[in-house]
Design a protein around this ligand. Structure first.
Ligand code: FES
Length: 140
């Protein structure tokens, strides 16, 4: 869809991905402005309800990104998040959402380049998916 600019909600871990996003910014890396970040203390704090609510209320995709396995400041919050995401991807189609609208990544604090690259790729993927069909039907 021409001119379609998706809105992406990113739940990011304070210790890793948020710092990487900050690094990407201070390094002046060019990245799309489609992402609205919500800083969490750990990805393990992201309740699946937050993801569903974001998609139901206007987000085109949700990114959850945190520390690499073994680096979580709360021992295994990121691994718990990964398990929840796997289950969430299975139930998203029941809400009318493609599972590609939910992505999880590990991005460490020093990986500003990876953060910018992830955002660029995700925006391109969501643009290819187009607007959420059920939402478009509600507008028509
Ligand atoms: S503290 Fe970063 S994912 Fe848990």
């Amino acid at each position: 869809m021409e001119g379609y600019e998706p809105t992406i909600i990113a739940f990011v871990c304070n210790w890793c991905t948020y710092t990487a996003a900050d690094l990407a910014g201070t390094s002046r890396l060019i990245q799309p402005a489609n992402v609205r970040m919500i800083r969490m203390m750990c990805t393990g704090m992201v309740d699946p309800k937050y993801v569903i609510k974001a998609l139901l209320e206007g987000a085109d995709a949700v990114l959850i990104s945190g520390c690499h396995p073994g680096d979580c400041h709360y021992i295994n919050g990121n691994l718990k998040a990964r398990r929840r995401i796997k289950l969430l991807k299975e139930i998203l189609p029941r809400f009318g959402f493609d599972e590609g609208r939910l992505k999880m990544t590990w991005i460490g604090a020093s990986e500003g380049i990876d953060f910018a690259k992830t955002i660029k790729e995700l925006v391109a993927e969501v643009k290819a998916l187009g607007p959420i069909e059920t939402r478009r039907q509600m507008v028509l």
